[in-house]
Design a protein. Structure first.
Lengths: 289, 147, 646
């Protein structure tokens, strides 16, 4: 039963998430522009960008990066499908990591020095956020009694009441996951950086379009994780979840615009320290409850 | 209008000269003018760019660089020569090592003269370039269908 | 019963035969045939006893006990002989202690203790038999081709070596490999703990001889490191036997466990000692260095030690002891903490390694740490995870070792940085290696499912320290596998294909390992039901409520998808080829050469991040060893007087 639900969820996510994610990305650019005292692009600008990229010529350094990115997209869709059909949170986290791995392989495949450096940094990023993601899931499990995201609907109170430290820690690594400054080391949404474009340096046309779409889907998925903390029995709480997710997202944009990029050492140390402190404290507290 | 014209990503390269035009180009791209309103993004990567803004004349040293950047851009692509040096070699045209305008190295689509090139001229040229980009994009689509 | 006897004795006969065979052709034939026979035998055994609960076989003989004792004496003699020859008196001392202990035990102490049910079979030994029989003999077949190249290399490049080091010792090598298999079968089928101990010691001394194969100074030094550490474990095992006779009055493993469940306070010390023996054999910190040192041996040896035998004997013992860990707190905590710490710290240290075999070694130790910790947690879920980890690790790791061995012979290096462009130079091998790597650490492959179950069982049993160790350790595994995978994925130009002259025997065994990894991943739900769950129910009388079958099926579908991506023409042939962007004028894009500002040529080089300043061996190793050693010492002392269950 849940197997079918996952498949349906995946298809639905693959349709809905790009639309939502695209709108969010457009809004992101407008909000960022306003924060900088500019007007910013049209709301549908990310869509225009992707459509343009799709119309570009088919050029590749390695010939395999396009296939790897397709695989990454499929895994992203699965991760979203698993989560939004109420499936296992850990599973969703693992599958999205798989998508990240294919993204890294696509970058490595070109053997471009810039892409390789970006991909190397991306592996450090994954290593930086992975402990907190696992601990977040564990805290969720201990508070909700299940790893299934759908389990929140049968709770009497939202999970957040028991998992504030874990939620804070998750917000911290959300910046890394959304590739926002100060943790956009491997590749950035903003052009012009010291690694040219890091992981995506050698990607062009359709492949780059896939990267964009993957980012949209990822954004929707991660905001889903964020909102999940605030949802409990009753449909009204869904609205609360969406509001909180959007607030967290706005907060990330604010951080993006206000902090300069750090070195990977600082990212790794701070992310692990946060995971250890926030995750550790939360787990210990939940253990005695 | 197609999507190519709604999302023109540019890359700029200063071949040589006094840097005046280069400063003008960058000034036009800076946040104050907010070219992102038109979807224009200044990418640092030829593989992502659609419009190539070149300033300065081409000489023996940089001709291969200009060619390389152009070659690495993905079709459809257009080239805008910004400033008189990029158009013809300008004041440096008879220097011992100067070859001439950018069109000595790569095909140029739009010429924006001036010393230094005015912002109005840059914007004008880019708008024209967007039109050409659109045409090239359609042509590419046709050729793909044909093939 | 006959089949068990056959599986134990047949490799012995083959080993003796191989010792006499000098010709390549005859040896190939013997190894091939006997590998197939052993594999077939273990499959038949599995079919026959699939899902059966613990079945004992009444089989005892004074003669066998005496033979076991004689083997023990012979083993000690071998170690003493080598110890005197190479002036390693610590090894000699330990061997003498063991010899004396052995003799007193056999003729004075336990002479009257008789075990009726000498052999047994249960679902766990079926799993182990399949691993030993299929993967172990597959490695033997692989060694045929590998050792030809190995010897050729010695003959051609052996100028600096002595005659002894250059000597063709392949008959002994293959003989030892099969002896190893036989000893492993003894370990997994013996209910008589003396026999089990004999098998245990045979594996120790076999791996000693295999590690020292090349007789170089380094090989000999590492071999002695191995034997000293494992003899410590062996002596602990022997001491545990004394306590078993003294406290429980039995040498039957099954009776010992049942007795322990009833009176845990009497078995705390022997369990602790047995767990210590398991930890040494499973190369847990601070004993992990012997497994790293074992890397000097020819690659088939490493594969055999790491994936299907030797270290698996260690975790096998720990998993068997799990019911007792559930009632004895001190040894359980020791095993949990040492395993968890080893998992995290060795994953950290793997990041800083460039040598592919060392990365594999560290990841082996780390995974064994996880299995060890699971055994210590001893809930049904944890044991489910531990057995799955054993299976997946055996298949994926042997695949990786064989790939690295073949790559080493064809690119002349085992450095990961030199594996650049392997995707083009050895297209099939690189893809198989990538699959092996993915199997080791990432969803949707079985290894990760097992880790997931581990996480769940740690949370459920409120082992919070372990949850943290696991979270940070698995993040590190992503890093070191991910960057290796990336190195393999690089594509540029069309370098010469160098895999055309790989021996067919190597291909066949690599393909076998890949097929096993594939089957294990795709048929995960079935395997869980048929092979693993029977053991859980037979030991715990219940199944852990764990990962739902739906999730397992989702993962196997995703795994199939990855296999398709990797193998079904993942190259977009329509795409135009472009040069890499080098921020300047490229001279040679494939070689990443560009013209610099002085019109000279510069090659862009990039290395992966090894984060030596954070995760270097120099930083991580010492504290880890001290911590783990302290835990073990405290636990062994404490097991004597701390009540088993607080």
């Amino acid at each position: 039963m849940s197997f079918i639900a996952t498949l349906i969820g995946t298809v639905a996510f693959a349709i809905v998430a790009p639309i939502l994610g695209c709108l969010l990305a457009g809004l992101d650019r407008i909000i960022s522009a306003r924060m900088q005292g500019r007007v910013g692009p049209p709301l549908l600008q990310p869509y225009y960008d992707v459509r343009k990229l799709l119309a570009k010529d088919n050029v590749s350094v390695s010939g395999v990066d396009g296939v790897y990115m397709t695989a990454a997209l499929v895994f992203t869709a699965f991760a979203g499908g698993i989560f939004f059909s109420g499936g296992n949170l850990l599973m969703s986290a693992f599958v999205i990591t798989m998508a990240g791995l294919f993204f890294i392989m696509a970058a490595y495949s070109s053997r471009s020095p810039y892409a390789e450096l970006g991909a190397g940094r991306e592996t450090v990023q994954v290593m930086a956020y992975e402990p907190m993601v696992l601990l977040m899931a564990v805290c969720f499990y201990m508070a909700a009694g299940t790893f299934n995201a759908g389990g929140v609907f049968s709770l009497n109170a939202p999970v957040i009441l028991y998992t504030i430290p874990a939620f804070v820690g998750f917000l911290f690594i959300l910046t890394i996951k959304l590739r926002k400054s100060p943790f956009d080391l491997s590749t950035s949404h903003h052009a012009h950086q010291e690694l040219v474009r890091g992981t995506t340096t050698e990607m062009s046309g359709k492949t780059l379009a896939k990267v964009e779409v993957m980012h949209w889907c990822e954004t929707v998925l991660f905001l889903g994780w964020t909102g999940m903390f605030f949802v409990w029995a009753g449909p009204v709480s869904l609205i609360l979840g969406i509001i909180v997710a959007l607030a967290a997202w706005f907060f990330e944009i604010w951080i993006d615009n206000n902090f300069a990029r750090v070195k990977w050492q600082a990212m790794l140390r701070s992310a692990w320290a946060v995971a250890l402190v926030c995750g550790g404290i939360n787990i210990i507290v939940l253990m005695f409850m | 209008m197609g999507y190519a014209s709604k999302s023109p990503w540019v890359i700029h390269y200063d071949a040589s000269s006094c840097n005046g035009c280069d400063i003008e180009v960058l000034a036009a791209l800076c946040p104050g003018f907010d070219v992102e309103r038109f979807g224009i993004i200044n990418t640092g990567n030829p593989k992502h760019a659609d419009i190539f803004l070149v300033t300065g004349s081409v000489n023996e040293r940089n001709i291969s660089v200009v060619k390389q950047i152009y070659d690495q851009m993905v079709e459809p692509k257009v080239v805008v020569a910004c400033g008189i040096c990029a158009c013809t070699g300008g004041i440096f045209h008879d220097c011992y090592n100067v070859i001439g305008g950018v069109d000595k190295a790569i095909p140029v689509d739009v010429y924006a003269p001036g010393c230094a090139v005015r912002p109005e001229a840059i914007i004008d040229a880019v708008v024209q370039a967007i039109g050409i980009l659109e045409e090239k994009s359609k042509a590419l689509k046709e050729s793909k269908k044909g093939a | 019963m006959q089949l068990i006897g056959f599986l134990i004795l047949f490799p012995l006969v083959v080993a003796a035969l191989l010792l006499l065979v000098r010709g390549d052709g005859l040896r190939n034939a013997i190894v091939w045939i006997s590998a197939v026979v052993i594999a077939a035998g273990s499959i038949m055994l599995a079919v026959q006893y699939l899902g059966a609960a613990w079945t004992g076989f009444v089989f005892s003989s004074q003669a066998i006990d005496l033979v076991a004792c004689a083997i023990g004496v012979a083993i000690s003699a071998v170690v003493i002989g080598f110890g005197v020859k190479y002036k390693n008196y610590l090894a000699v001392g330990l061997a003498i202690v063991q010899l004396v202990g052995d003799l007193i035990f056999e003729f004075g102490f336990a002479h009257g203790t008789h075990v009726e049910v000498g052999l047994y079979i249960d679902p766990l030994s079926v799993v182990m038999a399949l691993i030993i029989g299929i993967i172990g003999s597959g490695i033997c077949v692989y060694a045929l081709g590998y050792m030809v190249d190995f010897q050729k290399h010695l003959d051609e490049h052996g100028e600096g070596l002595t005659d002894l080091q250059r000597k063709d010792r392949r008959p002994t090598f293959f003989s030892l490999m099969f002896l190893f298999l036989s000893a492993m079968f003894v370990i997994v089928f013996s209910n008589n703990m003396i026999w089990m101990f004999t098998g245990w010691e045979i594996t120790t001394v076999c791996s000693f001889l295999l590690i020292a194969y090349t007789r170089t100074d380094e090989a000999v030094r590492n071999a002695f490191r191995q034997i000293i550490m494992n003899m410590l474990g062996g002596i602990a095992f022997l001491a545990a036997l004394y306590f078993a006779v003294l406290n429980a009055g039995t040498l039957s493993f099954q009776d010992f466990i049942l007795f322990g469940l009833g009176s845990p306070w009497l078995v705390a010390v022997p369990v602790c000692l047995l767990a210590f023996a398991g930890l040494t054999k499973a190369a847990q910190m601070p004993f992990h260095t012997w497994l790293l040192g074992a890397m000097v041996a020819p690659t088939p040896t490493s594969a055999l030690l790491h994936s299907s035998t030797m270290v698996k004997a260690g975790v096998f013992l720990l998993i068997k002891l799990a019911p007792l860990f559930a009632v004895c707190m001190v040894p359980a905590q020791m095993v949990i903490l040492v395993g968890g710490l080893t998992f995290m710290l060795c994953s950290f240290m793997a990041i800083s390694q460039t040598n592919a075999k060392r990365v594999l070694a560290y990841s082996t130790i780390a995974n064994l740490g996880l299995i060890t910790a699971c055994a210590g947690v001893a809930t049904p879920e944890a044991i489910w995870a531990a057995i799955l980890l054993v299976i997946f690790h055996a298949a994926a790791k042997s695949l990786l070792f064989l790939c690295v061995g073949t790559a080493e012979h064809h690119i002349g290096s085992r450095d990961i940085e030199d594996m650049d462009l392997l995707f083009e130079r050895m297209p099939k091998l690189a893809r198989l290696m990538m699959i092996g790597i993915m199997c080791m650490f990432i969803a949707p492959f079985g290894m990760l499912i097992a880790k997931w179950a581990t996480l769940v069982s740690f949370v459920d049993s409120r082992q919070m320290a372990l949850v943290l160790l696991l979270a940070f350790g698995s993040a590190a595994t992503f890093m070191f596998w991910g960057k290796w995978l990336g190195k393999l994925a690089g594509i540029a130009g069309s370098p010469e294909n160098v895999e055309l002259d790989v021996h067919p025997s190597e291909w066949i065994s690599i393909a076998l390992m890949a097929a096993l990894a594939l089957i294990a991943c795709l048929a995960l739900p079935i395997m869980s039901k048929m092979l693993v769950e029977p053991y859980i129910t037979s030991v715990f009388m219940q199944l852990g409520s764990d990962i739902s079958v739906d999730n397992l099926w989702i993962t196997s579908i995703l795994a199939a998808f990855v296999f398709v991506v990797m193998f079904a023409g993942n190259r977009d042939s329509k795409a135009k080829r472009a040069d890499v962007y080098l921020a300047g004028v490229s001279v040679d894009s494939d070689g990443r050469v560009y013209r610099n500002s002085l019109s000279g040529e510069t090659t862009a080089t990039s290395r992966n991040l090894y984060l030596d300043s954070i995760f270097g061996e120099g930083i991580v190793r010492r504290p880890g060893e001290i911590l783990c050693a302290a835990i073990i010492i405290v636990a062994i002392i404490a097991s004597g007087f701390v009540p088993p269950v607080l």
